[in-house]
Design a protein around this ligand. Structure first.
Ligand SMILES: NC(=O)c1ccc[n+]([C@@H]2O[C@H](COP(=O)([O-])OP(=O)(O)OC[C@H]3O[C@@H](n4cnc5c(N)ncnc54)[C@H](OP(=O)(O)O)[C@@H]3O)[C@@H](O)[C@H]2O)c1
Length: 298
């Protein structure tokens, strides 16, 4: 990309599914520095990971000060255990709301642009058409509520230099995710039942990571949605993964009621990513194409 953007960029959650992909996709001229709770996780390809607990304002301030000058901060680190969050609401709040605010305050103090990664779970899923960034939020559970509070804290701390990017249904080369689980189960079973009454957009980190870099490099501000194009139920997603991987397992649709979970999920949370597509000049790939690319990679 021909851009004057260069220098050090702090990437949080660098051991996570999305953060690890961000470290690998930094644009030319950018030196990403990863941070996570653990300093050097096994099997992570990151070159350099600094271990810091972002819920501590002091640790965040010291980290940011030690890395100056910083050209940007990408913040995907989060408490992401949606069901466990119902029991661990205090921890989810500290990571998703307090830590995000800590980072935004430090970024604002030094005039560093920041990209916060958020979620479709800020919506209640009652819409019938894709959610736009300006649509009213109404999170159903602790995870979505704490992520939205993180958004609001960052907006308040860093009004001039913030982009919030909401995404959904992530999977990628590292970490635990839905197609990985489905393909593991498909090795063990002839038949699978998967819920067909929750609809979203499966999104590959291979597509999302470059898009997040673009938001930073192109100076995006305000709220964006970032998901692969099109929509699918979890059943559609599972059936496509099984088919594209050449497995013989039969996938059957079932209802959410048949598979109760501790945290409620939005029934429909397809994101309208057109504002991001306008910024970048292109959308993320259609979800099925992105899934095929992910499954066929060497
Ligand atoms: N996964 C999805 O389907 C999905 C959907 C929509 C939005 N998102 C958003 O996308 C982002 C990335 O998700 P992901 O699935 O890649 O997450 P992930 O794999 O769970 O990675 C998050 C990372 O943040 C770290 N972390 C947790 N608490 C921390 C703290 N106090 N200080 C520093 N680091 C901390 C975690 O470390 P530990 O593992 O050691 O706790 C983990 O390595 C998140 O903001 C999430 O809300 C994800």
């Amino acid at each position: 990309m021909s851009t004057p953007f260069e220098g050090r960029v702090l990437v949080t959650g660098a051991a996570g599914m999305l953060g690890s992909e961000l470290l690998l996709t930094a644009p030319d001229g950018v030196h990403p520095i990863g941070t996570d709770l653990r300093a050097a996780p096994d099997g992570n390809p990151a070159v350099e990971i600094v271990g810091v607990d972002l819920t501590s304002a002091r640790e965040v301030d010291e980290l940011v000060a030690s890395l100056l000058p910083l050209a940007g901060i990408l913040h995907p680190a989060a408490y992401t255990a949606v069901d466990r969050a119902e029991e661990e609401s205090e921890l989810a709040h500290r990571v998703n709301a307090v830590a995000a605010g800590n980072l935004a305050r430090a970024a604002a103090r030094h005039g560093i642009p920041m990209v916060l990664v958020s979620t479709d779970f800020v919506f209640d899923g009652t819409a019938r058409e894709p959610y736009r960034p300006e649509d009213p939020v109404a999170p159903l559970g602790v995870y979505g509520r704490t992520k939205y509070e993180g958004e609001e804290r960052c907006r308040a701390e860093h009004p001039e230099g913030l982009a919030v990017v909401r995404t959904q249904w992530l999977y990628g080369p590292r970490g635990q995710h839905f197609p990985g689980t489905i393909l593991r189960l498909a090795e063990e079973r002839d038949e699978l039942r998967v819920v067909s009454d929750q609809v979203g957009s499966p999104t590959s980190t291979l597509e999302l990571a470059p898009a997040l870099w673009d938001v930073l490099v192109l100076g995006g501000r305000g709220t964006y949605h970032a998901a692969c194009e099109g929509e699918a139920s979890w059943y559609d997603f599972a059936a496509a993964a099984v088919e594209l991987a050449g497995r013989k397992t039969t996938v059957h649709p079932c209802t959410t009621e048949e598979f109760p979970r501790p945290a409620p999920r939005p029934a429909y949370s397809v994101l309208d990513s057109s504002r991001l597509a306008a910024l970048r000049g292109k959308p993320l790939a259609p979800w099925r194409e992105a899934l095929a690319t992910f499954l066929n990679r060497p």
